[in-house]
Design a protein around this ligand. Structure first.
Ligand code: SF4
Length: 312
């Protein structure tokens, strides 16, 4: 199901690439991943993003290693391509309606790749200068294919985003702060809000659709609490597998249920902080986990818990 395209006036656009912190590890081909070069030193979590909430639900140890230990993770071709595609689609709307064509998108690929290299030099290791030229060319061709899929699922000339790559944040009455980056927000002349997220993987099967939609409901909850407007539609644009749109129209009951779930999740995180117990929970993403070699479920030994001094 695809919504009619809302049209709005332009709004300020935050510059720069999507911060890696905002990215979940949802599927092996998903662009979203934690920072590859996080600041050194352990930290106490102070807020919850959809990606990190998803980490904790998937595997508490994964959450710990990413959020508390802040272990670096090497860049992956799929995650980096996702970051690149997001940057291209963000910049595509700099062009006026009528000029947002596949050629325009393709022309953005190289400059956005160059920019990514400047801002996150570690991604250069994916394609070493002496041996990686062919791989880089193939990787960019795959990115072009994903952009072609984008034009199959949506006509960017028929809409004008209200926001792109927007940080949304709210603090609930309980004190829990929720934050995350929304790929795009469209606002219809009637005021109806549509939240849009680009996914470079394939659309999941019905069994796993809920997980992706959880992220969208998280954003909807934050927007609702922050702006007092309940988004009319949540829309996932999957660019893998030729392209597919998945939409959902949330109601207050949906978002209140997500709020309750997040509060419970946060309490569980606080309990883990108090006890120092972050069990490994083997799952279908383990083969793509950057910390598998440290994971006791796979014969590894995690580093000493950095917050051991504060454990009850
Ligand atoms: S390998 Fe699997 S079980 Fe181990 S930390 Fe990673 S996601 Fe968790």
């Amino acid at each position: 199901m695809q919504a009619a395209d809302p049209t709005t006036t332009d709004s300020p656009v935050p510059p720069g690439p999507r911060p890696a912190e905002a990215e979940p590890l949802e599927t092996p081909a998903h662009p979203e991943a934690p920072a590859t070069q996080p600041p050194a030193g352990p930290t106490h979590p102070v807020s919850l993003s959809p990606s990190r909430a998803s980490d904790f639900m998937t595997c508490p140890l994964l959450y710990r290693l990413r959020v508390i230990d802040r272990l670096p993770e090497p860049p992956s071709p799929a995650a980096t391509r996702g970051t690149l595609i997001h940057a291209v689609l963000e910049r595509l709307f700099d062009s006026p309606a009528g000029e947002r064509t596949p050629d325009t998108a393709r022309a953005l690929l190289r400059p956005q790749w160059e920019r990514l290299l400047e801002e996150r030099p570690e991604v250069a290791e994916l394609f070493p200068a002496d041996t990686g030229a062919q791989e880089l060319a193939a990787w960019l061709t795959d990115a072009e294919t994903l952009l072609e899929s984008y034009f199959r699922v949506e006509d960017p000339n028929r809409l004008q985003p209200a926001e792109r790559e927007l940080l949304v944040q709210t603090t609930l009455e309980s004190g829990l702060t929720l934050r995350g980056y929304v790929d795009r927000i469209d606002v219809a002349p009637t005021g109806e809000v549509r939240v849009v997220d680009y996914k470079t993987g394939r659309a999941p099967s019905r069994d796993f659709e809920g997980k992706a939609m959880f992220q969208m409901k998280f954003y909807a909850l934050v927007i609702w609490r922050e702006r007092g407007v309940l988004p009319k539609r949540l829309q996932l644009l999957y660019l893998g597998g030729g392209g597919q749109v998945v939409s959902y129209d949330p109601d207050e009951g949906d978002l209140l249920a997500v709020e309750r779930k997040l509060q419970a999740l946060w309490r569980a995180i606080q309990r883990a902080l108090e006890t120092g117990e972050w069990p490994a929970s083997p799952n279908r993403l383990c083969d793509w986990c950057a910390h598998k070699s440290l994971c006791p479920a796979w014969g590894g030994t995690p580093p000493a818990y950095p917050l051991a001094d504060s454990v009850n």
